[in-house]
Write a protein that binds this ligand. Sequence first.
Ligand SMILES: NC(=O)c1ccc[n+]([C@@H]2O[C@H](COP(=O)([O-])OP(=O)(O)OC[C@H]3O[C@@H](n4cnc5c(N)ncnc54)[C@H](O)[C@@H]3O)[C@@H](O)[C@H]2O)c1
Length: 430
Amino acid sequence: MATQVKKMAANAKHHVADMSLAKQGRDRILWADHDMPVLKAIRERFAKEKPLKGYRMSACLHVTAETANLMTTLKAGGADLVLVASNPLSTQDDVAAALVKYYGMRVYAIKGEDNKTYYQHLDAGMRFKPTITMDDGADLVHGLHTSHIKYSDKIIASLEETTTGVIRLRALEKEGNLRFPVFAVNDAETKHFFDNRYGTGQSTLDGIIRATDKLIAGSTIVVAGYGWCGKGFAMRASGHGANVIITEVNPVRALEAQMDGYRVMPMADAAPIGDVFCTVTGNMHVLRPEHFRKMKDGAYVCNSGHFDIELDLKGLKKMAKRVEKNVVPYIDRYTLPNKRTINIIAEGRLVNLGAAHGHPASVMDMSFATQALTTEYAIKHAKKLGVEVHKVPENLEQFIATLKLKTMGSKIDKLSPIQKKYLSSWTMGT
Ligand SMILES: NC(=O)c1ccc[n+]([C@@H]2O[C@H](COP(=O)([O-])OP(=O)(O)OC[C@H]3O[C@@H](n4cnc5c(N)ncnc54)[C@H](O)[C@@H]3O)[C@@H](O)[C@H]2O)c1
């Protein structure tokens, strides 16, 4: 689905698909903003206090309406910003155009961009010489540790949005090669409890339905990986009446899936049974030729993990006798020597962003509130931050959850003095 993109000039201030989409994009940004009250409250405070003034930020995120609202929040806080795509298929071109036209931002992102353009865009993010970076998958951090290492000395902190990115950062830290402090925003409860579980859960099913028009009730859906995203997706697919099968490599997670009521088995056994397969493991080659060979004719295969390498598409291509691109939007059909066909959705890239609109705004409200407040925290504490993978401070999470509950009209109880004392004692009540 690579789009024909106009060539990017070396010093281009932005690179987006079509500026005539800007108005539609602005409508979409404002629509999402209605469902992001926590971020809005932070934006209003940032506009008064300007806590990010004087900082240059490069963000490599999925360019969606929700991300646009994070960008306007950071800008309201005084940051000088660049936004680049974190995935070649996830950009909403109208949103990218609106950010340039109405919000005066430097955006480098085009839906369907080829690999070369993708890396040109990343390069623009690094050449901006940021002092803070924000990643969804650690691509900027990777560049700042390899090809663009010369810009890494200026970085005071980097924030990471997703599980796969945090895995890469921890590997870098373990090797002793991390060059600046990073925050594992993904690991905040206000992020992965909600975004990975409810956001990915709903939007992955949404992407599959939009691309296939398949009746989920009565279908057998195989979910590879019972982590936060896998749990969320399995729950939603099951709610639609699917028979859900889980494949796992972690016995505790597999047991959890079994006790949540799903069938658990190895992929080799699930391959001939499934109607729809979705990987969400953060691992590579979870579905490979030995599995594709066993699948039913017309099976649907997709991925909602960060990278498309969860599916061995090169292996599939090699074994296929015929590949038909876009037989219907978002579906490539591979015909195998045994005459069975496999339908790959959204080229194996994040199906919820490739074939649908990604997570609902209400859940991104919490993820991006966590990003905005952690950025402010990193600036305030820059001098004291060690070069390591940091957690988001708990008080920020409590603040976000409290505000979100309030916007949802819910209240909770408070600990009484005696309860507080009991919870910090080992002698009371025994
Ligand atoms: N689609 C989205 O919008 C979206 C949102 C958030 C996270 N993600 C991405 O989704 C992926 C999963 O994230 P998560 O937070 O659920 O991670 P997680 O660590 O909670 O769960 C991953 C699970 O996959 C299992 N696993 C690993 N290798 C496996 C294999 N070969 N077969 C079966 N299971 C295997 C692990 O044991 C683990 O239980 C990551 O790549 C993450 O970056 C995507």
